[in-house]
Design a protein around this ligand. Structure first.
Ligand code: IVH
Length: 701
């Protein structure tokens, strides 16, 4: 690195100094933006950051400061402007430049061969057939419009539009802007290098990476909400959320796969060129892609994709094969709904059939008992599965499961596979032993209780070692107190050696204690102690999340911290005061009260305070997020009863009306929705499904 020359302005006359200060601030502003864009690109597109988070945050703060002093310099493509815009009342509809079609599918090499044969026939004799293979990302497709200025200034992100019905989509620009791998501005350099014009359209897939998906569901469950079924639904629900800051927390990703003119024409003569150009412009393009001439190589690519599938960190459900030549694409054209020049090779669902050898019970950090099926090992989608979750007692009953049964096991986006159904055909004998819930905790022997009306069984002993181990692991997790190194191996040893009897004891650990553990050297011990010390400053929201109060996940903890500002204020709050916080209903407020009524928990808080933990937060006054909004419910929702949906809306400050009128803000439609849905269409009122409603209500990260 060469150091920049510093030219001193000292000695100049007063007026000149003022002018040059202004200029320095302005050039500093441009430099900061360029630097921040580059670091965003390195971090979010290349997964190869050059600076750490703290240095990045500092650059961002510097830029924010200049923009605060000079609000007239703020432009929509500034890196500070990713999360902006207020909650809107819904999304407007926009027609696509050219329809966003879907693809025809094939499921077997034979079907693919037939398709290849048809392509060759249609292309005509002598045509050179080259394909491009890409992964079929399992998310939702999105069109991004860029332009708005001269090429010499680069191209700005103007709009993001969902696929919708293919012809008309919804404008979700404010949400799309929060996706860090989507550039807000392509600077003139990369734009020119990529060979992209001043205005163009990019199409691609918005996905939710698995890590974010699992975290989101953990939080939804902690908050007592139904988890999202898979990353695709989670991504789709998130993109239709009305609060951009929630979208920003969910960490979606975007992979580009088409480059079009603003009129929807193919921009490059080859699809492979388009992918390279998009890469050069700074978009994330999936690295798994290949130009292929020979049919057998297509099969090899597909096979490899299936092998890679389990370790990608995001979901794919197949391989997309496209004719490389735009000229041939035009010659082959479209059937009514799909291009003839492209096909999706869909992987078969990742199922396996195997026998349930036993059902064991695990104890989680809230004392919840989870039944887990021990399975005869079975290979599903490249990994060997030996366990599958059964969730709770109701689920076992629903499945009609007996130990010894053969079951169909599905591997979705979740790490732990799940049992879908009992196989009852003649080849698979039924099991004979029904599962009986233990009366005593399998770990500590205390009583197990099932509260009326709840699906879960719980161990009543809050000192249960299983709970303590889980509590410690939870405490250290990213998004909680973020103590790197406080993992399973360390926690197990700490408990075995009785070095830790509560979460607060972690703060009394010293180097000799850590060095007495196996496989911990001086360096590891030092770094763990550093992490523990640092976590003292994590703040009230994280401490609250870390305490593991039922239903209090990351977001609820954040809202509580902002509302009460200190642990003392929160602990002194009445149920009414608690329930006034957004998204905190009677169940959650009850759980919080019960938690703090328990002498042991109060002592834990005191011990944490004595250990030097920072337990305050900046208070913020928020209005209820749905204040003044009117909803109409119609049709049967998949999981919520009408009363539950109504209660949730009202808790968030909204109203539920019986009939659709111009005053209606949202119609929530389920199955067999009738005239109310039609009326909503006529009046142009935003329509949500249950997932849309839930993400609006419960923007858990
Ligand atoms: S090309 C007209 N390429 O799969 C061409 N689609 O069933 C349509 N998808 O709606 C899209 N990865 O949401 C294409 N590399 C990829 C894709 C991809 C995922 C999705 C997309 C599309 C659906 C087609």
């Amino acid at each position: 690195f060469r150091r920049p020359l510093i030219i001193s302005s000292m000695g100049k006359r007063e007026t000149e100094v003022g002018a040059s200060k202004q200029q320095t601030a302005e050039s500093r502003l441009h430099q900061l933006r360029t630097d921040l864009r580059r670091h965003e690109y390195l971090y979010y597109v290349m997964d190869a950051p050059e600076i750490d988070d703290a240095a990045y945050d500092q650059l961002m703060r510097d830029l924010q400061e200049i923009e605060r002093d000079h609000p007239e310099w703020v432009t929509p493509d500034s890196p500070t402007q990713r999360v902006g815009g207020k909650a809107k009342d819904g999304f407007s509809k926009v027609a696509h430049s050219r329809p966003m079609l879907s693809l025809d599918n094939v499921n077997s090499p034979e079907e693919l061969r037939d398709w290849d044969r048809r392509v060759r026939e249609l292309a005509g004799p002598g045509s050179e057939i080259q394909y491009v293979c890409e992964y079929k990302l399992d998310g939702l497709s999105m069109a991004l419009h860029y332009g708005g200025q001269q090429a010499a200034e680069g191209a700005r992100l103007l709009r993001g539009i969902t696929r919708g019905d293919g012809t008309i989509g919804e404008e979700v620009t404010t949400n799309v802007r929060t996706i860090r791998s989507i550039p807000l501005l392509i600077e003139p350099g990369p734009l020119g290098a990529a060979g992209l014009p001043a205005a163009f359209e990019v199409r691609g897939e918005v996905v939710m990476p698995l890590a974010g998906f699992l975290r989101m569901n953990e939080d939804r469950e902690a908050a007592g909400l139904a988890p999202a079924a898979n990353p695709r639904n989670a991504a789709a629900g998130t993109i239709r959320t009305l609060e951009p800051n929630i979208v920003a927390q969910r960490r979606l990703d975007f992979y580009a796969y088409f480059a079009l003119t603003p009129a929807g024409e193919t921009l490059f003569e080859k699809q492979s060129q388009a992918l390279d150009a998009l890469t050069a412009a700074g978009f994330r393009v999936n690295p798994h892609r290949e130009a292929i001439f020979e049919f057998d190589k297509l099969l090899a690519f597909i096979e490899q994709a299936e092998l890679n599938r389990a370790s990608l960190g995001y979901e794919i459900d197949g391989v997309v094969i496209k004719l490389d030549s735009a000229e041939l694409q035009r010659r082959l054209g479209y059937t009514g709904k799909a291009p003839r020049w492209s096909i999706a090779y869909k992987f078969s669902a990742r199922f396996g059939v195997t026998q349930v050898q036993d059902i064991r019970v695990q104890v989680g950090r809230t004392g919840k008992l989870t039944p887990v099926a021990s399975l005869a090992p079975v290979g599903i989608g490249g990994i060997t599965v030996t366990r599958a979750t059964l969730h709770n007692a109701d689920e076992i009953e629903r499945l009609g499961l007996l130990i010894g049964d053969f079951v169909r096991v599905e591997r979705g986006g979740d790490v732990i596979p799940k049992v879908v159904e009992v196989v009852t055909d003649s080849e698979h004998p039924r099991g004979s032993r029904p599962f009986v819930w233990p009366e005593h905790c399998p770990i500590c022997g205390s009583e197990v209780k099932r509260t009326d009306g709840e699906a879960d069984h719980r161990c009543v002993n809050i000192d249960c070692p299983a709970r303590l181990a889980e509590s410690l692991l939870h405490w250290g997790r990213r998004g909680v107190m973020n103590i790197e190194g406080l993992g399973e191996a360390v926690v197990t040893q700490l408990l075995e050696r009785a070095l830790v009897r509560s979460v607060a004891d972690v703060y009394a650990l010293d180097e000799p204690a850590l060095l007495s553990l196996e496989r911990i050297g001086k360096k590891t011990a030092e770094s763990l102690l550093g992490e523990i010390a640092r976590s003292r400053q994590a703040g009230l929201a994280r401490v609250l999340h870390g305490l593991g109060i039922r239903f209090v996940g990351e977001r609820t903890a954040q809202l509580l911290a902002e509302e009460f500002g200190s642990m003392d204020a929160l602990m002194a709050a009445s149920q009414e005061e608690l329930a006034r916080v957004n998204e905190v209903g009677p169940r959650v407020s009850q759980a919080i009260l019960e938690f703090f009524e328990d002498e042991k928990n109060r002592k834990l808080v005191e011990d944490l305070r004595a250990a030097g933990l920072h337990m305050a937060a900046a208070r913020r006054h928020r209005t209820a997020q749905l204040a003044g909004k009117t909803f109409v419910l119609t049709g049967a929702l998949p999981t919520l009863t009408r009363e539950e949906a109504k209660a949730k809306i009202e808790t968030a400050g909204g109203k539920v009306a019986a009939a659709v009128s111009k005053k209606t803000d949202f119609v929530v439609a389920g199955d067999d929705a009738g005239s109310k849905l039609e009326k909503a269409g006529e009046l142009g009122i935003a329509v949500l499904d249950e997932a849309g409603l839930l993400s609006l209500l419960s923007p858990a990260d």
